[in-house]
Design a protein around this ligand. Structure first.
Ligand SMILES: NC(=O)c1ccc[n+]([C@@H]2O[C@H](COP(=O)([O-])OP(=O)(O)OC[C@H]3O[C@@H](n4cnc5c(N)ncnc54)[C@H](OP(=O)(O)O)[C@@H]3O)[C@@H](O)[C@H]2O)c1
Length: 251
């Protein structure tokens, strides 16, 4: 049984990845993972022609990740697509944000993503691919989203290096680095109405990000950023001093 796995499929970008994979029909079954199973049910009902498995997991909790490990063992799936999309951010200075919130962010965005890649790779073979969702926050350290930015630095670096390792197995890994998207992310992070930088920035379209990044992943690319504006930012981040750029990146 060929399988595509999407974490954080209950809203925003994750939903768009579902529509993209559902449209392609390249896998026998799509596993949709998130905490809000009612959302996953509603999503699956939109495409009764697509076989879905709804997996309610809190990916911050180690014991729930163990359930995912057991599921892999019992199903022995042929994983063709893995999309590590679940993640969140928090706006505010490190000293003002809660210790737990920031630790949970590191766990979900970095630790869980690493665990899921490691576990899933035991069930992946030539021609399959991984998409890990990073952010433009991985180009320049982002004051007032310091921990979030650091987690996305991890995601981009991890994915680039993983891609290198996986070349010999014919598996690709792509880091997707979107700019702001109008999803629940903005409310969860406390960004809505609280950041002039965010208000000024152009918006990425989640549907386009999902569709285009799947094409890039299949072509064997390593990093994908939507919109010329953010592609330019990525180039500038390599050329200009970070101390200067942080005056711009500050949220
Ligand atoms: N929106 C932006 O401006 C933006 C920009 C750059 C990068 N990104 C990245 O894009 C990815 C998707 O975010 P989005 O914009 O689509 O935000 P979103 O609408 O808030 O979606 C986040 C998804 O992650 C899931 N999730 C959160 N905590 C979880 C947990 N503990 N266990 C399992 N699932 C969990 C949520 O599902 P449940 O709540 O149902 O569990 C939801 O499906 C994230 O990695 C984010 O960092 C977003």
């Amino acid at each position: 049984m060929t399988v595509g796995i999407i974490t954080g499929a209950s809203s925003g970008l994750g939903k768009e990845y579902f529509y993209t994979l559902a449209g392609e029909k390249t896998v026998d079954e799509i596993w949709l993972i998130a905490r809000r199973v009612d959302r996953l049910e509603a999503l699956a009902k939109e495409r009764p022609d697509v076989k879905c498995r709804l997996v309610s997991l809190d990916l911050i909790k180690e014991e729930e990740l163990n359930r995912f490990t057991e599921m892999l063992k019992s199903e022995n799936p042929d994983i063709r697509v893995l999309i590590n999309n679940a993640g969140f951010g928090l706006l505010g200075d490190v000293a003002d944000l809660s210790e737990k919130g920031q630790a949970d962010m590191v766990r979900l965005n970095c630790v869980t993503l690493t665990s899921i890649c490691t576990l899933a790779l035991q069930y992946m073979k030539e021609g399959s691919y991984i998409i890990n969702i990073s952010s433009i926050a991985s180009f320049v350290p982002t004051p007032r989203m310091t921990v979030y930015s650091a987690t996305k630095y991890y995601v981009t670096a991890f994915t680039r290096s993983l891609r290198y390792e996986l070349k010999k197995r014919g598996i690709n890994a792509l880091a997707v680095c979107p700019g702001p998207m109008d999803t629940e992310f903005l409310d969860v992070a406390g960004i809505s109405g609280n950041s002039k930088t965010f208000d000024m920035l152009p918006r990425c379209n989640p549907k386009k990000v999902a569709g285009k990044s799947v094409v890039k992943a299949k072509k064997g690319k390593g990093v994908y950023t939507e919109l010329f504006f953010f592609k330019l930012y990525r180039v500038l981040a390599k050329l200009l001093p970070m101390s200067l750029l942080m005056n711009i990146s500050k949220t």
